[in-house]
Write a protein that binds this ligand. Structure first.
Ligand code: GUN
Length: 307
């Protein structure tokens, strides 16, 4: 069982992105610009948004945070999107999900210029992915593929099972793995006989947001396990259920730990697995920076990217 070190892969990509930003500045006099729009005060969203801004700054990307109260309306968010769609200094627009109710996320997503849609959430971009002619790809699924690529894990012909059908991760990843010639089963909360389906999988991607959801009995020996889950464990009984004893001192000291959707006991059976933290997480924010630079390059038609 070998660890797939997402932090290492992320650092390599960040260095490439930093160099590209520098080349754009020096060669074209352009600074890639990212606008992050957030409504409400969800602690997890706040922490994601601040890590995005920190990394943007580190890589030389201009990032702007536009904050709305939880009482913001769909129209107010749409107006700021219109403004950023027309702003030549903004190459990429991100609206942090989930949006507080009753804001309509689909109206918001539809409003983003597909050429500035850094998350690839717009139906035009998701449609292109489905047709295997994607231009921009959602950050977490793209990060998953980058980890597999870095470690030379070939998905062609593989039985891949994706658990979770969100438009952020599961659905686009299922399409992207299909485009790479995997045989993909997309499972979700209504799937019948999930353990038996998982036991046939050479590649498992878990993106359900439930700690320890994929258990050791569901995993085929030698499988590749990719854990997209980020679950905060802050209660002792949950810790006992989902976390190894080796983390107990950290749990006691910090009052919480993060764990994924795959139970830690399953990793012993895997050929390769992504840990939580330090697996897919670092890639998500890194691919956001990659996408920002990609959109910037596309906007000035200098792209010669391989993706
Ligand atoms: N919320 C959780 N993950 C994401 C993401 O990748 N992009 C956006 N915009 N919101 C999220």
């Amino acid at each position: 069982m070998a660890i797939l070190d997402g932090k290492l892969v992320a650092e390599k990509i960040q260095e490439d992105v930093r160099l590209e930003v520098e080349q754009l500045k020096v060669g074209k006099g352009v600074v890639p610009g990212l606008a992050v729009i957030m409504a409400g005060d969800d602690p997890a969203s706040r922490s994601y948004v601040s890590s995005k801004n920190r990394l943007a700054e580190k890589l030389g990307i201009r990032s702007e945070l536009i904050k709305f109260p939880a009482t913001a309306t769909t129209d107010e968010i749409a107006r700021v999107i219109d403004e950023k769609n027309g702003d030549p200094l903004t190459h990429a627009i991100l609206v942090q999900m989930p949006l507080p109710q009753p804001i309509d996320p689909w109206q918001v997503i539809d409003r983003i210029d597909p050429g500035k849609d850094v998350d690839a959430f717009h139906p035009a971009n998701q449609g292109l992915i489905l047709q295997n002619r994607g231009i921009i790809f959602p950050c977490t699924p793209l990060g998953v593929l980058r980890i597999l690529d870095h470690y030379g894990i070939e998905t062609a012909g593989m039985n891949a099972v994706v658990v979770g059908r969100s438009f952020l991760v599961g659905k686009p990843l299922a399409a992207m793995l299909t485009n790479r010639h995997a045989t993909v089963t997309l499972c979700h909360s209504r799937t019948q006989g999930l353990p038996a389906i998982l036991r046939e999988a050479g590649l498992v991607v878990a993106a359900v947001g439930k700690p320890g959801f994929v258990t050791v009995d569901m995993v085929k020996p030698g499988a590749v396990l990719i854990d997209v889950g980020i679950n905060h464990i802050d209660k002792e009984p949950d810790f006992e259920k989902f976390c190894p004893r080796s983390l107990h001192d950290t749990f006691k000291k910090k009052g919480s730990v993060i764990t994924g959707d795959i139970h830690y006991q399953a990793f012993a059976k895997a050929a390769h697995y992504t840990p939580v933290p330090g697996g897919v997480g670092p890639l998500t924010v890194t691919m956001l920076m990659h996408n920002t630079v990609d959109l910037c390059k596309r906007s000035i038609s200098v792209t010669n990217d391989k993706k």
